[in-house]
Design a protein around this ligand. Structure first.
Ligand code: PMP
Length: 312
């Protein structure tokens, strides 16, 4: 789906016109992938709109920058305020928000130290990421990056070269998404989603040691599962556990909670989203849309008129 332009983009403290948010072709990031970024969603509420887990996302942006020794001129509060500012300036909600920091125009060598850091925040309408009600996925022939190569806890542009290979391979083979194994052959994650398995009433997800991003939706689902008293285990898992699972689902800001119907053309249980997946997805979306109590303070309100407010 093509990006729908909005009026303004936040750039280093100022709101600039969408079309003016341009960089030079010799910018460091174009050649060496030196960016860190975030993806957030702003949800419609019964009255108004709210950003989901804003400080957690902006903290992860700062963490990603720190891992890459990228000095950030803006604090957590400043970045969080900037997200609200750009959404309110554009007056668009629900929306997806894409903050990005990168090494700009400076020197051509690999060392990024002498290329300035630029920060931009854009927002735009963006609906469903994984098409359909449930996903038919495959195991990718591409592994996730091994530890001690590119760090998976940093949400860095360069990591998405690996993700692109996973996603394209899935696509050409007729799947909507691929699941990568880690360097040791254990389950890791999707090209842009964390992975959950339910078996015999226990919820499993892959731990951070298996080359996954520390997903904020993953954390939200773990929190909700514990709230419901569901047993939760973070452990390394073999590929075949997927085939014999009762339920499998992805989590992510873009993907939200996406049930998985089949893996490698093997149907998961009866092929329908299972009860645990549905309960967690309903609670997650209910909180995001302001229809269920925001017990954890996950919502930051923004002052935007939503055309079709979520009905109670
Ligand atoms: N893994 C990868 C590789 C991702 O790109 C994403 C999306 N940011 C996720 C997991 C899910 O993370 P989150 O729930 O924070 O969006």
């Amino acid at each position: 789906m093509p990006i729908q332009p909005t009026a303004k983009i936040w750039h280093n403290g100022n709101l600039i016109p969408w079309d003016k948010a341009q960089i030079h072709v010799m910018s460091h990031v174009v050649h060496y992938g030196s960016s860190v970024f975030e993806g957030l969603r702003c949800y419609g509420q019964p009255s108004g709109a709210a950003v989901f887990r804003l400080p957690e996302h902006m903290q992860r942006l700062l963490d990603s920058a720190k891992i890459y020794r990228m000095p950030m001129a803006y604090s957590l509060d400043q970045l969080s305020t900037a997200v609200v500012e750009v959404i309110e300036a554009n007056g668009i909600a629900p929306c997806y928000i894409r903050p990005i920091a990168f090494r700009g125009y400076g020197e051509i060598g690999v060392n990024p130290k002498h290329s300035p850091v630029d920060v931009y925040i854009a927002n735009f309408p963006w609906g469903k990421y994984v098409p359909g009600d449930a996903a038919d996925v495959c195991i990718s022939s591409w592994n996730r990056s091994a530890p001690n190569t590119t760090p998976s806890l940093a949400k860095a542009g360069g990591n998405y070269l690996n993700s692109q290979l996973i996603r394209m391979e899935a696509d050409v083979n007729g799947y909507v998404e691929g699941i990568a194994l880690d360097v040791n052959g254990y389950l890791s994650e999707g090209s842009g989603e964390n992975l959950f398995i339910v078996r015999n009433g226990v919820i499993y997800t892959t731990p951070l040691a298996n080359s996954v991003l520390s997903g904020i939706t993953r954390d939200s689902i773990l929190t909700l599962a514990r709230h419901f008293g569901m047993p939760v285990v973070e452990q390394a898992m073999p590929r075949e556990l997927l085939y014999i699972a009762d339920e499998v689902f992805f989590t992510g800001t873009a993907a939200e909670v996406t049930p998985i119907r089949s893996v490698d053309r093997i149907t998961i249980a009866d092929g329908n989203p299972g009860p645990i997946t549905r309960q967690l997805a309903d609670e997650f979306i209910g909180i995001a849309n302001g229809l269920r109590p925001d017990r954890y303070g996950w919502l930051t309100p923004v002052n935007v008129n939503v055309e079709q407010p979520v009905s109670v």
